[in-house]
Design a binder for this molecule. Structure first.
Ligand code: ADP
Ligand SMILES: N[C@@H](CCOP(=O)(O)O)C(=O)O
Length: 292
């Protein structure tokens, strides 16, 4: 008797970390759970409820798994806010991929699920950490390095009450940037990677300047600079636009996340009612919680 039901937990993720556009990402202890239920009937086209991302993920999964399609229904619930730059689309896509794989006898490994998800997303920096947990450096060839992150590194997330659609925010990128800007970004992304990989979190300070994406998205999040500067003024080691926004993230190693969050919220009238969450990294990644 094949498995009938799988419940998958997928963490939120914060990506780019300032200068690491489309390369750096980190899983967070905020989770969605996706449930996949086998239904009567043949072929994956009977999937319901309808959702374009779920249909794409289903097609991509059964293509890579080479057959075995079955009808199923699905649902998602949890704490990852939608379209706020915290990888909600990955929680849905990867949750479906992982759930289908579990019901299908797990023919694909984590690397394959990561690759399908990153391909669907169009960039690997959320899919990597959501799959493997921790801090992930990934490229468009789907090569990656992964590092555990200690709980002392805390992320202060200022989550505005408005959405930013990633697909729209990606259209704002310039075709060309200057050599000088590229050099600055490369240096900063390398230093952030080295600091997190070696767990020298205090060395993160001063390395979040970015010239690849934040300047072109700044207007999407009014007060972005002021919010980051206010967090830094009361002790954050740095801050950045989480993914494509609208969340703004500051980092701290001093256990003073609540104070930093309050300062961020007071920095600009547009975020006075924003939600503040202080979280650590998730080091587990996507997990099948339950099957029957
Ligand atoms: N819990 C959810 N339920 C249904 N669809 C979701 C959910 N979370 C994300 N999505 C889908 O993902 C889209 C948001 O993706 P995206 O713009 O990339 O934002 P994010 O930065 O959160 O990943 C939504 O418009 C929706 O189609
Ligand atoms: N590198 C991508 C990351 C998008 O992350 P999301 O959480 O906003 O979907 C980008 O900056 O476009």
């Amino acid at each position: 008797m094949p498995l009938q039901k799988a419940v998958v937990q997928v963490p939120a993720s914060t990506s780019n970390l300032g200068p690491g556009y489309d390369c750096l990402g980190l899983a967070l202890q905020i989770y969605n759970r996706v449930t996949v239920n086998r239904e009567k009937g043949e072929g994956a086209e009977m999937v319901h409820p309808a959702h374009p991302m779920v249909e794409e993920a289903t097609d991509a999964y059964f293509k890579r798994a080479r057959g075995g399609a079955f009808a199923y229904s699905w649902s998602i619930e949890g704490d990852v806010p939608m379209s706020r730059g915290l990888g909600s689309s990955v929680t849905l896509r990867l949750g479906i991929l992982t759930g289908l794989n579990a019901l299908n006898g797990s023919p694909l490994d984590q690397q394959a699920l990561f690759e399908i998800c990153a391909e669907l997303e169009g960039h690997p920096d959320n899919a990597g950490p959501a799959t493997f947990g921790g801090f992930v450096v990934a490229d468009e060839k789907f090569d990656y390095y992964r590092f555990d992150v200690e709980p002392e590194l805390q992320f202060v997330l200022l989550i505005p009450d408005y959405e930013v659609l990633t697909d729209e925010a990606r259209k704002l990128m310039p075709k060309v940037i200057t050599h000088k800007d590229a050099v600055t970004n490369t240096g900063n992304a390398c230093k952030i990677t080295a600091a997190i990989a070696t767990k020298q979190y205090h060395q993160l300070r001063g390395n979040f300047d970015d010239y690849l994406h934040q300047p072109y998205r700044e207007h999407l999040v009014p007060g972005l600079r002021e919010i980051i500067d206010s967090g830094k003024a009361v002790g954050a080691v740095g801050g950045f636009l989480s993914g494509s926004g609208s969340t703004v993230a500051c980092l701290t190693v001093r256990g003073d996340g609540e104070k930093i969050g309050q300062a961020m919220r007071l920095a600009h009238p547009s975020v006075r009612d924003a939600e503040v969450r202080v979280v650590s990294a998730d080091n587990d990644g996507a997990r099948v919680l339950y099957t029957e």
